[in-house]
Design a protein around this ligand. Sequence first.
Ligand SMILES: [Zn+2]
Length: 218
Amino acid sequence: MKLVKTKLFQGIIHCETGLHIGGSSDEIEIGAVDMTVIKHPVSGEPYIPGSSLKGKMRSSLEREKGVDSRGEPCGCGGNACMVCRIFGPHKNTRHQLGPTRIIVRDANLNTKSRDEMQKHLRERGIMFFEKKTENIIDRFKGMALHPRSMERVPMDTDFDLEIVLQVYDSDNEIQMVKTVKDGLTWVEKTYLGKGGSRGSGKVTFNNLTLDGQPFSLA
Ligand SMILES: [Zn+2]
């Protein structure tokens, strides 16, 4: 099996609403928000882990194809399974598919959003995040219980998207490219991160290019 070429997808991940991708609980300070967003340990800037976007693309594609994997990612390892071929055959160690084809980079703030966050930091001493408080309603008493606060990356924040697709000699390049585009389309149609059913995590992929050539999602 020979690596023939790599395809490079680039673009902007634009937050249409606040976005919450959880950080580690180590970062929680007393009296601060209950659920913080993931941030770079050094810069303190939020980012979208490649694993979050990759996982969401994968699970959406599996649902579209009606994969019955009982809550686990598909591990069929079949030659015809684009999900296993591109995203890796999960725990299946006996497959003949070769390496995972997709590389989803961590998406960092793009220059414009970084400048805005840094400006906010200089002027107010803190990086700018939204705090969304959610109540759980007691249906019998009609009262709000345990309000929780969730930190979110504010709407209109932009992150740099970069995905590399490795094409081997045994691969159907056109079909693989289409599957990656479908995965991105599904993320746009659903959400990224936590709280999607309650209004968080709506993103669009803008200024998309494939090997430098502009394209748009269906
Ligand atoms: Zn599979």
